[in-house]
Design a binder for this molecule. Sequence first.
Ligand code: NAD
Ligand code: UDP
Length: 327
Amino acid sequence: MNKKEADHGPVLVPGGAGFIGSHLCGCLLEQGHEVIALDNFSTGHAGHVAHLRRHARFRLIEHDLTRPLPALAARATRIFNLACPASPAYYQQHPVQTALSSALGVWRLLELVQTSGARLLQASTSEVYGDPQCHPQREDYHGHVNPVGPRACYDEGKRFAEALMISSLAERPLSLRIARLFNCYGPRLHEGDGRVVSNFIVQALRGEPITIHGDGMQTRSLCYVDDTVAGLLRLMDSAVEGPVNLGNPVEVTVLELADRVLSLTGSRSPLVYLPRQPDDPRRRRPDISRARAELDWRPGVSLDDGLRETVAYFRYRLDAGRRHFPM
Ligand code: NAD
Ligand code: UDP
């Protein structure tokens, strides 16, 4: 398939009604693409893309990626596979569904692109590095994952997906891209899905205690969703075949994050310390040299600016009568 054909065919977005997927679908439509979102609504919701449904070029189809694909998927020239629960609290309650969403999901898509010739981008994760012993994490670090721990369903599912992609590529010419996303946040995170940014903001706005797991000295590097989506689009258009880290290298402790959220919300919520989560990575920061050099991509939104936008979103949602969608 040449570039002109690829630019004009529909873009398939499994997981398109999720947090990142809904932003990605919006950007693709703005760029003039026809977009087909597939979603089983396990952690996503049609409400996330309700504002896109006025576009004649947008379709949302309820579909579980572990099942055979609908016939119209074969028309897609580009596929961004985002279909997998991403919140540890959620995926640990649904471990088999999570592992199979990654493993069978990517297999279905690989079968499709072997015949259709579409380019497939897989949303992989910093979790392939597990609780890393190398810091910051470069793409050539092989990781430190517990294959039988509570995060294995997610981490090993994503590792298997990468392995299956690379194995398929070894057997036949395919057009594949692998984005290793580091923690992403922003509007349309789910208020109840247990991730740190949504939890802290909702707790602060409600005046409830901020729940710190462990001593709060573990770190994360938080990337605003607009930056993540820009990186995904760049990677899809690039010639880079190996995995690429997409994340914001500014690293903060969980306690620092709580402090920023309290300050930006003006909340007086107390901190409450809960037990550390098993296998919780202690440090996480992407080395984004590859993305800088090969995609000319780097994040542009500061943590405070991104948190301000996210706080404004949750303030709106938490106002009476604007409850979040059910999980
Ligand atoms: P999300 O849970 O909001 O979105 C995932 C979407 O996929 C949801 O709409 C869900 O309903 C859908 N889905 C799940 N399993 C499915 C299946 N079997 N069939 C069809 N649809 C299915 O999560 P997100 O934060 O938007 O993450 C999107 C992708 O990016 C995921 O693959 C995730 O692993 C990856 N990722 C996200 C982050 C992050 O910080 N948000 C970090 C690393 C990787
Ligand atoms: N965390 C926390 N309190 C919460 C939710 C999360 O202290 O209410 C911590 C969690 O233990 C982890 C970090 O915040 O160390 C990031 O957690 P999240 O679930 O957002 O994503 P992860 O990076 O672990 O996939």
